[in-house]
Design a protein. Structure first.
Lengths: 843, 456
């Protein structure tokens, strides 16, 4: 005997004690699928038969069942379930999770049950218990369907129990095996001529009957159309639309989900009392001119329409009014109601139309959701969802989306067929700025990255980042990337420096990287520049009007308003002159760069911190030297204190010299220099696979276009396996730092490199001896201090650098692909959160 | 420290340190050296040189650069005072078995401190002159190569006067760290005792005793540095530039804050709200008023700064409230530029002096978080009236009342913003003045009550 159950269901076993439910369940289901009341009694009370623990046991059982159903797992309840109120809780649980409840009754003779219980030493209750169970069961049998069980299977006697097997039925909404490609069409509303035109645009060949009426359409490449509902009402030819779409669906050339208007139409055709409004009257009048047979056909077609479809392995969902993720592939009255009518708040707006809850703002699901229902002036993506109802019947357009290409195809309405109650076109359609939820960024988080697996962020790290992001960062729609931190090279073995190129080259050689590019480290401030070709690109691509943004490592605006615009104008002009818009086929570019001088941004910190130390040291130490010199002149033995203090006084002078090199005056943009060193992303692509010489080549072209603003990064190619090349690299660094340079960054020439142990550091910094004085203090070069500082530990910093690098790349990948803002922002936010990790700040 | 009391070399007896030798003593921060650059009949100078070990100074793992690299090795502050108190302990107590009368006598003294931190150039005189010193304090330039940067926060201090040596040492012991105001110190009860002991005989009558006590004991700060500091450092900005959520306004009289809270409370009560949100509650000044009002059955304080919330939690004594009282009040970290589902369903929300802390181009995000996502029945908003600023004497022309304010609106600008919000989100608006009204410039604070329109 085959027992058919939906492949997502809550299976409720019903049977007296001793009817063999546990044995039955164990034979047909995996142990983890079966939740048995005995087991949960044991869990909460250490005794599977302690009936006084039943209340607590069922609470836990329901909780676990709820978690399983929420995750979409078939769950079997192994308990007697002979009483109606016990089953009612289970039916409610199934409904809460929009899963179908199924009843499987094991109706065995009393004597069999009693005999089985008697054979079990732990079941000491008498035969009367079984009798009572059996009586309850008999009473229940007839009402199970009415209680809400979608399927009821009754197995009478042991032979039926033994013969039973389960088969899983695919849900009606489950078209995951249909992988497309599709052409998804928005609300048609009886606009047959526009539909025929659109299908033509999409490449479909229309089949016509003897009277010239369109009855089918097929695509030469086998593409299928898919309709998001509301084929009918308001428009001039509802029967014509239905004839065509019904033909396409039945011939396998199209899919269609039901809209609220089809739902109403069925009720009207079945003679139910419905309010004839919102264009239903037009449909009924038009259908009155058709044959009775056609009307029956329409009624059957519309009645059979499913409320939503899940297609392409779960990657695509069609539902007339959209659908939140927890409803995908589920079945219940609530799911159907949402799919047809949306989630109304119960409020109405100034035109008397229902206020619709903007579910798409909160949508965070993986599947693309395509829908209609609410006419919009233009189809716009919101968190991976798209409304295709562009109001053709109100004189707008009929729109289709090519899937998976994500190309929109529209045809204009031939005329206004129906006057809208509410004006269709808002004066200035603005994208919803509230597309980010607190839940997108706070708490313990884990982000899947393409290059470094899952990366975790702890709640307290998120908390610190939340404050900085909320109070100081620029609009998150402009904030596509925060640069990762960079690890220094392994500590030098030499006794006069902390960092030296030898370890950097050896490190990359050890990681299997042959060619590295040494890039001069500009002592400025890190700047990320997002520049758009024109303000229209900003609005269309990022949802903000404007030409882009230039921001710091933590997402703060680099310049005050006007200056930022002027800066972007210069960068934009340079990109234009370099011909990069066309070459990269993009309307925007994201650049990683260093902005000079250091004092332009860090002026406050330099004065407050570094210059103050210099002032104090250069005031106190010379006087100390004078006093010691005087004492020594008196013949007092001051030991080597005088020598030490004299050395410290010299260090104080050197300290001042160190920061002064990175300070110069700027006036507006005069004096500001930008050194781009990497092109991060443009429309549809990222560039971590391009070698660093290519990136510096882009920078050089920008420099050629605006040499006053843009500067290039000096660099040297080194072969880590060639001693002479390594020596040349070392000499280059020595010259660079001797001339006051900060140092260099050594990067694998090829850019992104994976080694046998995962990602290779994208770059390590080798900082100069004098520059490090700023970081490690004036006296760090004294031997006693260097010896202690050499014991620094780099592991934490290296690990952090890789995690932030991978998060950065992930964010770039997402922004280039046009992912919803929250997907990009979670990566950006995570980089900031990780930056609050307490690693040695001198590294 | 120099004396010209004859024989000047008696200074060695008073300090218990031989003028003919250089001596070294271990100090908590490094090594203290005492030596005499000059020691003759006419004049004797004792020098105390504290050689700070900058690497050893950092105990355990520090998280911020300023803990590693700072001015402590060069500046006469608490580290030097500690060394002074330990190297010259006996002298500070006024004991001198060799020259007991001299120890009890005021002698001519000259004290030179090459580099001393001071919040302003005048404070050294205000602190030392009442004690009988002639004060010469010279500001140290920040960087002679960058004259436009002006002076540093250090002065070179020269004190001359006739005092008992013990008194001079005690005064230096207290006043050097008071002037320096450094933050590298953990204050406990012990410190209070030390202040009382060292201040004996001179502090009680000092006209600046309150300032001295406050600055001496007020140097404490949480041992655990805030994560915010690390983020500030990552961006090369001073910590204070980011972690300023707790600072009060620089202008406006304190009474205005009370009037503002009273006006907000009245507006809330007028709305009939029972469950209320304080959005941007800061340290919880308004929360305290809200909790006292029994008609509010549930109060949720929300702020983006976890440090502010920690202070609020302490001030409201949340950990010791009764269960019943505890059920009425809660705190939550959230942000007004993200939609927070937990904030939905309240009767009323307060945005007291909050909107002006956001860049104007971020206000649409706040509007949607508050008026669309949280959507309370009523929203009470207060913000400064910039027209009134000219009446604040302490405020420079065109300056804002708080360094973190991103804008301050005129009455017309506030009305324009409020009107836009009202029509976009379906709220009716009533504007009210808060504080003394000027006929031409209006009130110092402006308040608007937004009431959600009943849906048709």
């Amino acid at each position: 005997m085959e027992l058919a159950i939906p492949d997502l269901s809550l299976v409720v076993l019903i049977g007296a004690s001793g009817s063999g439910k546990s044995t039955f369940a164990a034979r047909h289901f995996r142990p983890t699928q079966v939740l048995s009341s005995d087991f949960f009694r044991g869990l909460v009370a250490d005794d599977e038969n302690d009936q006084s623990a039943s209340g607590d046991a069922f609470d836990v059982l329901h909780h676990v069942a709820g978690k399983r159903l929420a995750a979409g797992r078939v769950t079997v309840i192994d308990a007697t379930n002979v009483q109606q109120h016990v089953r009612a809780r289970l039916v409610a649980l199934a409904r809460e999770h929009n899963v179908l409840p199924v009843a499987v009754v094991l109706d065995l003779p009393e004597d069999v049950c009693v005999a089985r219980n008697a054979a079990r030493p732990d079941r000491d209750f008498g035969a009367h218990v079984v009798l009572r169970h059996q009586a309850d069961l008999r009473k229940s049998l007839r009402h199970l369907k009415k209680e809400g069980f979608r399927k009821v299977h009754v197995l009478r006697g042991q032979s039926e129990v033994d013969a039973a097997t389960f088969t899983y039925e695919r849900m009606l909404n489950d078209l995951r095996h249909e992988t497309g490609p599709f052409d998804v069409v928005g609300d048609v509303h009886g606009c047959r001529a526009e539909l025929e035109e659109l299908l033509g645009e999409l490449g479909y060949a229309i089949t016509r009957d003897a009277e010239g009426r369109a009855v089918d359409a097929a695509h030469p490449e086998g593409r299928r159309a898919a309709f998001v509902g509301d084929l009918v009402d308001r428009g001039p030819d509802t029967p014509g639309v239905l004839r065509l779409v019904m033909g396409m669906v039945r011939s396998g050339h199209a899919f269609a989900v039901s809209g609220n208007h089809e739902h109403k139409l069925v009720q009207a055709l079945r003679g139910k009392k419905v309010t004839v409004a919102h264009g239903l009257g037009e449909s009924l009048a038009q259908l009155a001119g058709e044959s009775e047979e056609f009307r029956r056909d329409v009624e059957a077609f519309c009645y059979d329409l499913v409320s939503h479809y899940v297609l392409d392995g779960g990657a695509l969902v069609l539902a007339h009014a959209g659908l939140p993720e927890n409803f995908h592939g589920r079945a219940s009255g609530r799911v159907r109601s949402f799919a047809l009518y949306g989630d109304t708040t119960g409020e109405t707006d100034e035109f008397g139309l229902p206020v619709r809850y903007p579910w798409a703002n909160d949508y965070r699901g993986k599947a693309m959701v395509l829908y209609g229902h609410t006419p919009v002036p233009k189809a716009e993506w919101v968190n991976g969802t798209l409304c295709l109802d562009t109001g053709v019947v109100f004189g707008g357009e009929l729109t289709a989306l090519r899937y998976p290409e994500k190309e929109l195809v529209s045809v204009a309405a031939h005329q206004v067929w129906y006057e809208p109650v509410r004006p269709l076109v808002d004066a200035a359609p603005t994208r919803d700025a509230r597309v980010l939820n607190l839940g997108d960024v706070t708490g313990n988080r884990s982000i899947e990255t393409a290059h470094h697996g899952r990366i975790s962020v702890r709640a307290e790290q998120s908390a610190a980042a939340l404050e900085v992001m909320s109070r100081f960062a620029i609009d998150p729609r402009w904030l596509a990337y925060l640069p990762p931190t960079m690890a220094p090279t392994a500590t030098s073995a030499r006794d006069d420096v902390l960092e030296h190129p030898a370890e950097a080259f050896a490190g990359f050689r050890g990681a299997g990287v042959g060619q590295v590019l040494c890039e001069e480290k500009h002592m400025g401030s890190r700047a990320v520049v997002l520049v758009c070709r024109d303000p229209g690109v900003g609005l269309a691509r990022f949802g903000v009007e404007g030409g882009g943004a230039v921001h710091t490592r933590t997402g703060r605006a680099f310049f005050p308003d006007g200056l930022g615009e002027a800066f972007l104008d210069r960068v934009r002009a340079a990109v234009t002159a370099a011909g990069l818009w066309a070459e990269l086929d993009t309307g925007w570019l994201l650049l990683d760069a260093e902005l000079l001088p250091w004092s332009a941004k860090a002026g406050g910190l330099i004065r407050e911190h570094f210059a103050s130390i210099g002032a104090a040291a250069n005031t106190a130490l010379p006087q100390a030297v004078d006093a010691l010199t005087a004492a020594a002149a008196r013949g007092i033995d001051v030991g080597d204190l005088l020598a030490r203090t004299t050395a410290r006084a010299a260090n104080g002078v050197a300290y001042r010299e160190a920061y002064r090199r990175y300070v110069w005056d700027t006036d507006g943009l005069a004096g500001i220099r930008l050194a781009p060193f990497q092109l991060l992303a443009s429309e549809g692509r990222t560039f971590e696979d391009r070698d660093h010489q290519w990136h510096l080549g882009i920078a050089a072209r920008l420099r050629d276009a605006d040499p006053d603003l843009i500067t290039v990064t000096r660099n040297l190619l080194v072969d880590t396996g060639d001693e002479r090349s390594v020596a040349a690299g070392t000499g280059w660094w020595e010259d660079l730092t001797a001339a006051g340079g900060e140092g260099m960054v050594v990067k694998p020439l090829a850019n992104l490199v994976r080694g046998p142990r995962g990602l290779v550091q994208p770059g390590v910094k080798v900082r100069g001896r004098e520059y490090l004085r700023i970081i490690y203090g004036p006296d760090y070069t004294e031997t006693a201090n260097l010896d202690r500082l050499r014991k620094r530990s780099l592991g934490g910093k290296r690990s952090l650098a890789l995690r932030e690098y991978a998060l950065g790349l992930e964010g770039l990948r997402r922004v280039a692909a046009g992912d919803p803002l929250w997907r990009v922002h979670e990566c950006v936010f995570a980089v900031l959160a990780l930056e609050s990790e307490p690693v040695d700040p001198r590294l | 420290m120099t004396t010209t009391h004859r024989p000047a070399t008696d200074l060695g007896f008073l300090l218990h340190k031989h003028p003919g030798r250089a001596q070294s003593f271990p100090a908590p921060s490094g090594t203290a050296h005492v030596f005499y650059p000059r020691a003759d009949e006419a004049a004797c100078t004792a020098a105390l040189l504290l050689e700070v070990d900058p690497v050893g100074l950092v105990r355990g793992r520090a998280s911020s650069l300023t803990q590693y690299v700072n001015d402590r090795p060069y500046v006469a502050g608490s580290l030097l005072a500690v060394a002074l108190g330990s190297v010259f302990r006996t002298a500070m107590n006024g004991r001198c078995d060799a020259r007991p009368e001299l120890a009890a006598t005021a002698i001519p003294l000259r004290v030179e401190v090459p580099a001393l931190g001071s919040p302003d150039a005048a404070l050294p005189a205000a602190l030392f002159e009442p004690l009988g010193w002639a004060v010469d304090s010279t500001a140290v330039p920040l960087d002679p190569a960058e004259p436009s940067w002006g002076d540093s926060r250090y002065v070179t201090l020269v004190l001359t006067g006739e005092l008992r040596l013990a008194d001079a040492l005690k005064q230096l012991y207290v006043l050097l760290p008071v002037l320096d105001g450094s933050k590298h110190y953990w204050i406990d009860q012990d410190e209070v005792d030390k202040l009382l002991r060292a201040g004996e005989g001179w502090l009680a009558a000092h006209p600046e005793r309150e300032l001295i006590t406050r600055r001496y004991l007020g140097r404490s700060r949480p041992l655990a540095r805030s994560a915010l500091e690390r983020l500030a450092e990552a961006d090369d900005v001073p910590e204070e530039a980011l972690d300023n959520a707790l600072d009060g306004p620089v202008a406006a009289p304190p009474s205005l804050a009370g009037q503002r809270r009273a006006a907000v409370l009245a507006a809330l009560k007028g709305s009939g709200a029972r469950r209320v949100l304080d959005l941007g509650c800061g340290e919880g000044a308004l929360l305290r008023d809200l909790v006292r009002e029994p008609s509010f059955t549930e109060v949720l304080g929300v702020d983006v700064s976890s440090r502010a919330l920690a202070v609020a939690e302490r001030r409201l004594h949340l950990d010791t409230l009764s269960d019943r009282a505890r059920e009425r009040i809660a705190l939550r970290q959230s942000s007004l530029t993200y939609a927070d589902a937990e904030l939905a369903g309240y009767d009323a929300a307060v945005l007291m002096e909050v909107v002006e802390h956001l860049e104007e181009d971020r206000l649409p995000a706040l509007e949607q978080a508050v008026f669309e996502a949280a959507r309370p029945g009523a929203v009470v908003v207060t913000t400064p009236n910039s027209e009134y600023n000219v009446l604040f004497e302490s405020l420079a022309p065109n300056a804002f009342r708080h360094p973190d304010h991103r804008f301050e609106w005129t009455r017309a600008q506030f009305r324009e913003w409020a009107g836009g919000v009202g029509s976009r989100y379906g709220y009716a608006i009533v504007h009210l003045p808060v504080g003394p009204e000027d006929p031409a410039l209006g009130s110092p604070t402006q308040l608007a009550v937004f009431t959600r329109k009943q849906e048709a």
